[in-house]
Design a protein around this ligand. Structure first.
Ligand SMILES: [Zn+2]
Length: 436
């Protein structure tokens, strides 16, 4: 299929063997060798200033009333994602997530100029909606009859939501007993067929790949190259929010390495097109119980290792990251750093983020914990501008919020208090609160 008829101008090519695919392909991996597919957008015939103006013009009051795709923070950048018309797009809309500034979080991290890019503000409560709008759009374009994914939870919620919108049946495989209540409840409520697999995430991933090969369902996992294309827009949007002035660092939680890969690709494209002059350094942060990539970074990526993953941060509890190769390229291209932080450091950062009124799920807090760690080690300077990404909403993992003990010996920071229905009981609580 190397002679591709290609209306969008994008190139889809196997990273391993170089085989090319039509832009209406239903494949998520190479049919010849099983390798990962890379998408290269056609470079728009606009200069950097014209392109900036085009993207900026779509952020206006007028677009608040247009089509969902016209209002989307993903499809705003469609020339660099998948250049198709509104009618073909399955969009909630998504994206348009805020850049937040909270002195208490900056102080904790040890940098004055810290901004929080909160992807938990997406429609299903996580960054996954960015990639899913593109993957489900592609599933619709190629006439898929069913879509499937393996997931630690956030992907399944997102796939379920977009599958429902597109009217395509969704099949979700999650590790039994290892998915949080918020994510499971969402997935079931949106109507996806939810399979609780007796195994871990890596078992789910293998099973869903086999189902795609043998049963013909469209694979919407992070292996799917269209997901990466959508996730690039987190970076495009944050650069746009900073008036295309790059920060010094962008910190993000790292599990399956889809975002690390997507951010590297976005920065390469944005820089190649002249949208930005300077390339920010990526800081990928893993949980120390699930840190094969941090281990490999320390050995200059001499070889790829995998671990049996264990961490409280379920969204990054991954021992054998799927996007390893692309993520290595991203770290090298951005002169990036990979580090790991303990569950204790993650929960400490989460407590600060939560009590600031922002809130996030545990895995998200790894980014802020990682910034603090690198400041302490003298790698990030206190005057540098840092953007830390939060990946998921606080309600994704409600058990961790209300448990009087989180299972790691940490008492709940602010447990609810049961009282008699009397004013004097309220008064006592109030006195204690003002004393503290
Ligand atoms: Zn191949």
């Amino acid at each position: 299929m190397s002679d591709n008829i290609n209306k969008t101008g994008i190139t889809i090519k196997c990273a391993a063997c170089g085989e090319k695919f039509n832009d209406l392909t239903a494949l998520a991996t190479c049919s010849k060798c099983g390798g990962l597919l890379d998408i290269t957008p056609a470079m728009p015939a606009l200069c950097s200033e014209e392109l900036q103006n085009l993207f900026d013009s779509r952020v206006s009051i007028a677009t608040m009333r247009g089509s969902a795709a016209g209002r989307s923070g993903v499809w705003r950048f469609r020339e660099l994602v998948l250049p198709i018309s509104d009618a073909d797009i399955v969009s909630h809309p998504e994206g348009n997530t805020p850049l937040l500034d909270r002195p208490v979080i900056s102080k904790f991290a040890g940098v004055k100029d810290l901004l929080i890019k909160h992807e938990g503000f997406n429609p299903s409560g996580s960054f996954k909606d960015r990639g899913m709008t593109v993957a489900v759009t592609q599933a619709k374009r190629c006439g898929a009859t069913a879509i499937a994914c393996a997931s630690t939870g956030n992907t399944s919620s997102s796939l379920a939501a977009y599958g429902a919108q597109a009217g395509i049946p969704a099949l979700v495989m999650v590790p039994a007993g290892r998915i949080t209540m918020g994510k499971l409840a969402q997935t079931v409520a949106y109507g996806a067929r939810t399979l609780l697999v007796r195994g871990d995430f890596d078992d789910c991933l293998r099973l869903v790949r086999e189902s795609s090969e043998k049963l013909g369902v469209y694979l919407a996992n992070s292996l799917n190259p269209f997901r990466i294309e959508g996730q690039k827009t987190i970076m495009f949007e944050l650069l746009q929010q900073l008036a295309w002035q790059s920060p010094d660092w962008v910190a993000l939680p790292a599990g399956n390495l889809g975002n690390t890969s997507a951010f590297g690709k976005a920065l390469r494209e944005a820089h190649g097109l002249g949208l930005i002059k300077r390339i920010p350094r990526l800081l990928s942060v893993q949980a120390s119980g699930a840190a094969p990539f941090a281990h490999d970074f320390a050995n200059n990526f001499a070889k790829r290792t995998s671990v049996r993953a264990e961490t409280i941060a379920t969204a990054i509890r991954i021992g054998d990251p799927a996007s390893w190769d692309r993520a290595v390229a991203a770290i090298r291209f951005t002169n990036g750093v990979v580090t790991s932080v303990s569950d204790e450091q993650i929960m400490q950062a989460k407590q600060v983020i939560d009590s600031s009124g922002v809130g996030c799920e545990p895995a998200s807090a790894a980014s802020v914990a990682g910034v603090r760690e690198l400041v302490a080690r003298g790698i990030i300077a206190p005057h540098e501008r840092v953007v830390a990404m939060l990946t998921g909403h606080i309600l994704k993992d409600p058990e961790k919020l209300l448990n009087t003990n989180d299972g790691h010996g940490h008492p709940a920071a602010n447990a609810p208090i049961e009282i008699d229905a009397t004013l004097s009981a309220v008064e006592r609580v109030l006195q204690n609160a003002t004393k503290a």
